[in-house]
Design a protein around this ligand. Structure first.
Ligand code: TYD
Length: 206
């Protein structure tokens, strides 16, 4: 399938503000023809997989099971939504994509990075974002922002886990500086939004 649209992913640890940024990008009408999804989820089938993954009672889930379930949810969303949208020339904004697996299951859980890279490749057919915005924030600040919200299974893992994930993301960004742009998300929301819009404009030329 040919692809003419643009594919952007938003990444970062829990509480970094990806979801708010995604909403602001859409509500602000900065770009035409946007479609957005969240991972895990985004389709009827993927949302069911999401429920298993985030269920705080599933404390016995093995790291590889976790990685495979994220991959299964991703495979569905790629086939059902992302590829068709790109073929129609849409701008796809994904709230998390394959770097989440490398950062959380690789750097966070300690699974082999090559295994995860291969798994990601298999489940997406090699589809990578054109641009990834990494919202970087201190895990303590991320935790504070989440406030009283009840933590899901991954959020229960604590600061040390989030710190490993953060370092993982920064290593990914250092390896692929063309694709992954690091945004300091510890600032005012308006500043984060302005920087994100600038990167998107550079990419799509609007
Ligand atoms: P998300 O819905 O983005 O939570 P939040 O809005 O709180 O950031 O993601 C749910 C959790 O799933 C989050 O803790 C990160 C985790 N996750 C992985 O561990 N691996 C993955 O591949 C993905 C997509 C998410």
């Amino acid at each position: 399938m040919s692809r003419n649209g643009a594919f952007i992913s938003l990444e970062g640890i829990d509480g970094a503000g990806k979801t708010s940024l995604r909403e602001l990008l859409i509500r602000g009408n900065y770009f035409d023809n946007i479609i957005s999804i969240r991972e895990p989820g985004g389709t009827y089938i993927s949302e069911q997989i999401r429920a298993i993954l985030l269920d705080a009672r599933n404390t016995g889930m093995a790291p590889r099971t976790e990685a495979l379930l994220y991959a299964a949810a991703r495979s569905q969303v790629v086939e059902e939504i992302i590829r068709p949208a790109l073929a129609q020339g849409q701008l796809v904004i994904a709230d998390r994509y394959l770097d989440s697996t490398i950062a959380y299951q690789g750097y966070g859980r300690g699974l082999d990075l090559d295994f995860l890279i291969q798994l990601n490749h298999l489940c997406t057919g090699g589809l990578k974002p054109d641009l990834t915005l990494l919202l970087d924030i201190d895990p303590r600040e991320g935790l504070r922002r989440r406030g009283e919200e009840k933590p899901d299974r991954l959020e229960q893992e604590g600061i040390i886990f989030q710190e490993k994930v953060r370092q993982g993301y920064l290593e990914i960004a250092a390896r692929e500086p063309e694709r992954v742009k690091v945004i300091n998300a510890g600032r005012e929301q308006s500043e984060v939004l302005a920087e994100a819009v600038e990167y998107l404009r550079e990419l799509v030329g609007e």
